[in-house]
Design a protein around this ligand. Structure first.
Ligand code: HAS
Ligand code: CU1
Length: 561
């Protein structure tokens, strides 16, 4: 590996180039994700400005329509395409230098299914037939084709998961007694989590929503449909988070340090597989159809799933401090100054990490039964997920784009792009702090989420929300500016930056020589999957049977728009 050092026009190189066919597959995923990012943020700023009273929307499009596009295109479409493309790139880099040809074909099948689903969903929403938001809660009913589109998106992503698994199996066959590369381990864990989680939403969509929306059955069991959604909805947030926890392998390289421990991140990911699914009731704490014991049990499990994130904090600080000390820092906190604060590949995720500390604390508040009564269905929750998904995760995805796009295009991450990237990440963080921070406060003051602008007949309580609405609106404008800048930098890096053979490297850290070899049991997937299924049965079997046995009257489809 040749290190030409940061501060030159180019960052260092390890002469890794993608196989041209891998490059096309990965690029297609990234391109679609950037398209979704643009559509989703455009809808986001428009609905944000409407709900804060800054603008009136033209008659042709409504607030709930825009909010649905915003949620579906960012939370479901952008994330899935980006994550799949990114995982393919790391699998190619760390396993055999290229993806297996057959897996590439399956990867393309997945891509087209997901793209078809995404376009169909957008058409349904634009035709004003699916203003049901990204959680598509029954009894609100969309056009049946919207649900078919969602099913295509998810089933397509199963093909992508297979592509990841297949490359891992092939490598495993040739390297039976070896510990897999950390990146590949993380990708496999992420996709195992995804498959188990999406089973819930596929059952919800295919068994409950589609027949009901087509009119083949009259009524839907609302509580059961929401339960199946949140069985999926919570692990969904870790499907976003785990690729960002790539911090474990990327950040040590970028800070010129080493991976502190090879076993700890693997254990972290196993804990996520085990504990992220049987916790969905923490989104349903205020719903009447579930008895308190099962809510309590899932809240306890939620507190356990916080532990792997605490382990991540520990591991990152250890990597920072060890790297700082090896670079000569002597004072207790001197390592902070040794971090590469001029490198966007570090600065963007570092801002994400800093924001994840209050964001995670907010999550623990949400999960605490009594406090959930105060924050549930208020803008506090919207603030929470902007600080987690739209800050910690997205800032990391920005950084990944800043090295992955030039690597794919064999172009340089120029000094200018690097500086603009830092500005872009800083503007994004400022926007999120303004918007997400105000959402937290105004949520405590009682402003509900999922509502268009209203003054509630000039009610005095609503007048106390006013200053926060101004801050939220201003924050959303900053966020939009930041995305436009991000997309402009990406287009520059993809098409216009100087061509170079000494491409920017794919940052994968080396493990600290003092770290212990991870035990092979961590790769006994059948064991972890079985334990996960047992935990799911414990947490869900009885309440679901209860929901079925109660034989609730159910609801006919309702169209509220
Ligand atoms: Fe959440 C609602 C609980 C994490 C996303 N969450 C949501 C919704 C979304 C979401 C989208 O219990 C709304 C869904 C909807 O539409 O209704 N959440 C939690 C808990 C955690 C948590 C306990 N959430 C996330 C993450 C998300 C996300 C991550 C997206 C990526 N959440 C809830 C609950 C609700 C909820 C309830 C329902 C609320 C309601 O009533 O509706 C935990 O996983 C959080 C653990 C995290 C930490 C922080 C670790 C910090 C780290 C940073 C390291 C920093 C360093 C410093 C090293 C404990 C790892 C760097 C230093 C330098 C110098 C650079
Ligand atoms: Cu959750």
């Amino acid at each position: 590996m040749k290190d030409v050092g940061y501060g030159n026009a180019y960052i260092h190189t390890d002469d890794f180039h993608f196989h041209p066919k891998d490059k096309t597959l990965i690029s297609a995923h990234l391109a679609f994700s950037f398209f979704a990012l643009f559509v989703g943020t455009l809808a986001g700023v428009l609905q944000g400005l409407q709900r804060t009273g800054f603008i009136d929307l033209p008659g042709a499009i409504g607030y709930y329509q825009l909010l649905t596009i915003h949620g579906v295109y960012l939370a479901l479409v952008f994330t899935t395409f980006f994550i799949v493309g990114f995982l393919y790139s790391g699998m190619a880099k760390t396993l055999n230098g290229t993806l297996q040809p057959v897996s590439r074909k399956v990867g393309w099948a997945g891509y087209w299914l997901m793209a078809l689903g995404s376009v169909l969903a957008l058409i349904s929403i634009l035709n004003n037939n699916a203003s049901v938001l990204y959680t598509f809660y029954a009894p609100l009913a969309a056009s049946p084709w919207f649900y078919v589109a969602l099913a295509l998106l998810i089933i397509g992503s199963w093909f992508s998961a297979w592509t990841v698994f297949h490359n891992y199996w092939r490598w495993r066959k040739e390297n039976r007694q070896e510990v897999s590369p950390l990146f590949a381990f993380m990708s496999v864990s992420t996709m195992i989590l995804w498959i188990i989680a999406t089973l819930g939403v596929v059952v919800e969509v295919v068994v409950l929503l589609v027949p009901w929306a087509f009119g083949w059955v009259d009524k839907i069991n609302v509580e059961l449909s929401r339960t199946l959604f949140w069985y999926f909805g919570h692990p969904l947030v870790y499907f976003w988070l785990l690729p960002a926890y790539i911090w474990y392998v990327n950040i040590p390289h970028i800070i010129k340090g080493k991976i502190f421990s090879d076993a700890l991140p693997r254990l972290t990911f196993i804990l996520f597989i085990l504990y992220s699914i049987p916790v969905g009731f923490h989104h349903q704490l205020m719903e009447p159809g579930i008895s308190p014991f099962w809510k309590f049990l899932q809240v306890v499990l939620t507190m356990i799933v916080v532990i792997p994130s605490l382990m991540t904090i520990f591991s990152l600080f250890a990597a920072f401090e060890l790297s700082g000390r090896s670079l000569g820092s002597k004072k207790r906190f001197g390592w902070i100054r040794k971090l590469p604060w001029k490198d966007v590949r570090f600065v963007a995720p570092a801002l994400g990490m800093l924001l994840f500390i209050p964001a995670g604390a907010g999550g623990i508040i949400n999960a605490s039964y009594q406090m959930n009564q105060v924050v549930h269905n208020t803008l506090w929750v919207t603030g929470h997920f902007h600080l987690t998904l739209a800050a910690s995760v997205l800032l990391t995805f920005f950084a990944i784009s800043y090295w992955l796009v030039p690597l794919l295009a064999r172009r340089a991450l120029t000094r200018l792009a690097n500086i603009l990237g830092i500005v872009q990440a800083a503007v994004w963080s400022a926007g999120i702090l303004l918007m997400g921070g105000s959402m937290h406060i105004v949520g405590l003051l009682g402003e509900p989420r999922r509502t268009a602008f209203t003054t509630y007949n000039d009610h005095p309580i609503v007048q106390t929300w006013e200053p926060y609405r101004v801050l939220m609106g201003t924050g959303s404008i900053l966020l939009y500016i930041s995305i436009v800048l991000f997309l402009a930098i990406v287009v520059y890096l993809w098409l216009f930056a100087p061509k170079t053979e000494r491409a920017i490297e794919y940052p994968i850290g080396v493990v600290n020589e003092k770290a212990q070899k991870p035990p092979l049991i961590l790769e006994r997937w059948s064991l972890w999957i079985s334990l996960t299924l047992v935990l799911i049965l414990i947490a869900y079997a009885y309440p679901v049977v209860e929901m079925l046995a109660k034989n609730a009257p159910g609801s006919v489809p309702i169209r509220s728009w």
